[in-house]
Design a protein around this ligand. Sequence first.
Ligand code: 4GY
Length: 248
Amino acid sequence: MKFVVLTIFPEMINPFLENGMLRLAVERGLIDARALNIRDYADGKHKETDDKPYGGGCGMVMKPEPLSRAIGAASEIAPTAKRILLTPQGRPFDQAMAHEFSATDGLIFICGRYEGVDERICQGMVDEEVSIGDYVMTGGELAAMVIIDAVTRLLPGVLGGDESAEKDSFSGGLLEHAHYTRPSIFGGESVPDVLMSGNHAKIERWRRETSLIRTFLKRPDLLEQRSFSREEKHVLTEWCRRIEELVG
Ligand code: 4GY
């Protein structure tokens, strides 16, 4: 899988590629990731990448020519990669999109700065606009890193065997169950007995049940577009029954 990040701040991207899981994925040859400096594709001795907006107004706009050449160079490195513009106007990024992207062979990220990118680039040289959330950052670089991170951890061989099943816990549409490690008592709080029981079937049942209930309590919106298994329906009706019993 190839990632190419087009940015005027490649120094923001490189440390991210050189540490942790990304570094591991690069070392294992599972991904090839690099940042290209848009300024290297700019003209003149000042290598300007931005200019004043037509029609007036404050701020600057990213010039089309350097971006167009940078996208051309990225497409030579990753010819079949999808070209993604990071913008709050894009399709909201989520775990399903991370899975979708992990099945491609490459992604080119165009990181805007200032007030934005010349519309002719957005219209003519971008396959898709993607947003990581409803807020405005100073540039698309953090968004590119968020997406690279979420996509890379889904690639076969990046996480260990134990963790690979875990990768689907959110894709199952539910939040993760609680996690505990030693010591067994911390700050006066002990670990749920079931986790100390050694009964693995019971532990797995508890994890599935608490995942469902904590999703209902913390993020009920996640349950709206989701259908429930027989076991999940049973868990929810049991909770309803117990609550009704309590209310009387
Ligand atoms: N939110 N999701 C985002 C962003 C910065 C001005 C266009 C976001 O993806 N990108 O806030 N990007 C803006 C800054 C130019 C991009």
